[in-house]
Ligand binder design. Structure first.
Ligand SMILES: [Zn+2]
Length: 301
């Protein structure tokens, strides 16, 4: 009897402590600019389907070329994924020359275009994860979101897949298979490292591992390697959950009083807690040089 209790306890404990994350993909692609747009979109969706993962897409109108890219965005909703709003113009709200009024217009246009799509949910993803460099802008956008019944579209795990994608495109153009093979290892290591880092920030501040949301982009690197990324995360004990389930975590209801506002929700909480060693911006290309060197890649800055 006691054996059974012990086993039950271990099982329950194992489930309770499983680290969980959802995948989110930003921007989308403009088929007029990216000739592979359709293929990239298709490959990412196929990988998600094979792995039975429901993700959330945050498209930006200017990034998808308006009507030109809307069909690719629609496919996400048709396949059971969620679609949020990532604005029209993809502006950095922390830039002085971006006014609150212009920014709200851009958010509104995104809302108008994406709202009719199957799978739309009122969640807003801030471009560059920048939520305002003044109180007027930060609180003005928060007010708009509340008035339009938006819920959080925050990330808990930030990463630089966009930068690894730049290198991926370079090596692919040069047909440099040796560098591509090294880059794949470096890319997977980078994402695992960021996941561990943000989970550690959560343990230090919340005292628990929340349901995470990882930031990725609809880019060629993920069309090629998303399946390998998913496998690597599962091997390290991560469990994939749907974006709806992830956003039920109360951590995404927290609104912090920091300026400039933005970055990962966990980064912001850590900032308020005064955790040492926080980088700003939290993620950027220069931070990746060491990881690339570790995997034998030399990159000109
Ligand atoms: Zn974006």
């Amino acid at each position: 009897m006691q054996h059974w209790l012990a086993i039950l306890f271990l099982l329950f404990n194992g489930f309770a402590s499983a680290k969980q994350l959802a995948l989110s993909f930003d921007d989308g692609l403009d088929p007029q600019i990216e000739v592979q747009a359709k293929q990239i979109n298709h490959d990412i969706l196929a990988t998600l389907y094979q792995n039975q993962i429901k993700a959330i897409l945050f498209p930006s109108l200017s990034k998808i070329g308006y009507e030109q890219g809307l069909a690719l965005v629609s496919e996400w909703g048709q396949q059971g994924h969620r679609i949020g709003n990532h604005s029209d113009l993809h502006q950095n709200l922390n830039h002085d020359d971006v006014s609150l009024a212009a920014y709200l217009d851009s958010m509104q246009r995104g809302d108008s275009y994406f709202k009719p799509l199957q799978g739309f949910v009122p969640r807003y993803r801030f471009p560059f994860l920048k939520e305002g460099n003044t109180q007027q802008k930060r609180d003005g956008v928060r007010q708009w979101l509340a008035q339009h019944h938006y819920q959080s579209g925050a990330v808990s795990m930030d990463a630089s897949d966009w930068y690894y994608n730049q290198l991926f495109m370079q090596y692919q153009t040069a047909n440099d298979q040796v560098s591509l093979s090294k880059l794949k290892q470096a890319y997977i290591a980078h994402l695992l490292d960021r996941a561990a880092y943000y989970d550690c920030l959560a343990e230090k501040t919340l005292g628990r591992s929340p349901k995470h949301v990882l930031l990725l982009h609809v880019r060629a690197i993920n069309a090629a390697w998303l399946g390998d990324v998913i496998t690597a995360f599962r091997q390290q004990g991560w469990q994939f959950i749907d974006s709806d389930a992830a956003y039920q975590d109360p951590v995404y209801k927290i609104q912090l009083n920091v300026l400039p506002a933005g970055e990962s929700i966990l980064w912001q909480i850590a900032k308020v807690y005064g955790i040492d060693g926080l980088r700003y911006p939290a993620e950027d290309a220069p931070y990746e040089q060491e990881n690339l060197r570790h995997f034998g890649l030399t990159v000109d800055k």
